[in-house]
Design a protein around this ligand. Structure first.
Ligand SMILES: NC(=O)c1ccc[n+]([C@@H]2O[C@H](COP(=O)([O-])OP(=O)(O)OC[C@H]3O[C@@H](n4cnc5c(N)ncnc54)[C@H](O)[C@@H]3O)[C@@H](O)[C@H]2O)c1
Length: 346
């Protein structure tokens, strides 16, 4: 699939064993997640000229010092703007690599090879990147589109069930907010999806990418508010992540957030109850549930207070489904969200 994002063409491929579409004349700097060292040759064996950089696992990779270390190595190895970076790993690696690619010599080609379901359906697409600085998540980052994204589902075979469900949280989000067909598909094909059946996975990944891109192409740099819809469930979701010291994974946290934010919308009389049952139905089908025993409520409330979708006047923009597959962006008082969140916890 080719997408035009603000005049830039992005080639997105999805399939199995498709790691052979590289330009043999280029030199590639591969940034890979250390847990993927056994998979590295699946990529490097298709390249003539390359260097490798092993990034630490998890959020530790998304550090401005790691980004600077990569730049140092690329300078030493003589990389120029004619060369390219390959990102091989989950969302932490695409965030790190995207940031480096955007600033190295004012921009060098970037190929994303996402290896988690979450990064295939979300983090590796859309052109947002971010690294952490002094413990503040994503406080440094840019908008920079990858030139190619290769979604090879062979990587998903080694992923834990929890990580698959983590990615399904975002898939469910697209289905509820903008894609009724995808909702029906994931409800009717649960076994096949969780058994990582090739055709079912490809359908789910392709639908999710098309859904996200529909929004991204119309709001490339988050300037007209449309991208806010991608944050359905994220205000409460981020609160849960923050209140649990990030022990609760993103996809699980936003799943809880989708149900809770919808409940708040129902209590406010702005959306219909049916949609809540649609959300609960799919979450219980996939057994996506969170245990909130150890949550720091003050930290969670502070996260709601600081949500990036807040407006100046103690109000917040909140996207909600008005029916299955259709959304509207509402403006609500922050206090209503906070009270609604506390009600969800009881
Ligand atoms: N820029 C964006 O638009 C965007 C969107 C969503 C999320 N994100 C970011 O993405 C990150 C989360 O992404 P993630 O969930 O992929 O996390 P991650 O990169 O930490 O990967 C999750 C875990 O899966 C392991 N892993 C990766 N590929 C594997 C494979 N093929 N087999 C076995 N294990 C594998 C990793 O080692 C890691 O332990 C967060 O930092 C988040 O901020 C960014």
């Amino acid at each position: 699939m080719i997408f035009d994002v603000g005049g830039e063409k992005i080639n997105v491929m999805i399939g199995e064993n498709i790691l052979n579409s590289f330009d043999k004349g280029k030199k590639y700097f591969i940034i890979y997640q250390n847990s993927l060292s056994n998979e590295l040759d699946k990529v490097s064996s298709n390249l003539m000229d390359y260097d490798i950089y092993e990034a630490p696992d998890g959020e530790k990779a998304k550090d401005v010092d790691v980004a600077l270390d990569i730049i140092k190595k690329m300078v030493e190895k003589g990389y120029t703007r004619r060369d390219a970076i390959i990102s091989l790993g989950g969302g932490t690696i695409s965030d790190l690599s995207g940031f480096v690619a955007s600033i190295y010599m004012r921009g060098i080609d970037l190929i994303n090879i996402p290896t988690t379901l979450l990064s295939m359906v979300d983090a590796s697409i859309g052109g947002k990147n971010g690294v952490n600085f002094r413990g503040i998540k994503n406080v440094i980052g840019t908008f920079y589109q990858p030139h190619m994204i290769i979604n090879d589902i062979l990587f998903l075979k080694t992923l834990s069930k929890e990580e698959i469900l983590n990615g399904m949280g975002e898939v469910i989000k697209y289905s509820i907010i903008m894609d009724k067909d995808l909702y029906n598909y994931i409800v009717n094909n649960k076994e096949e999806i969780l058994n990582l059946n090739k055709d079912n996975l490809i359908f789910v990944i392709e639908s999710s990418i098309k859904d996200k891109m529909k929004i991204v192409v119309n709001d490339v740099k988050e300037t007209n508010g449309l991208r806010a819809v991608l944050n359905f469930g994220h205000t409460i979701g981020h609160a849960i992540e923050s209140g649990s010291e990030f022990k609760i994974k993103h996809g699980f946290a936003i799943s809880y957030g989708m149900a809770c934010e919808t409940q708040i919308g129902i209590n406010e009389g702005i959306i219909n109850e049916d949609i809540y049952y649609a959300i609960k139905n799919v979450l219980s089908l996939y057994k996506i549930e969170v245990k909130l025993n150890d949550i720091d409520i003050n930290k969670a409330l502070e996260s709601i207070e600081k949500d990036k979708k807040r407006l100046n006047n103690k109000k917040i923009m909140i996207p909600l489904p008005i029916s299955l597959g259709e959304f509207k962006i509402f403006t609500m008082d922050l206090d209503v969200i906070k009270k609604g969140f506390l009600k969800c916890l009881n």
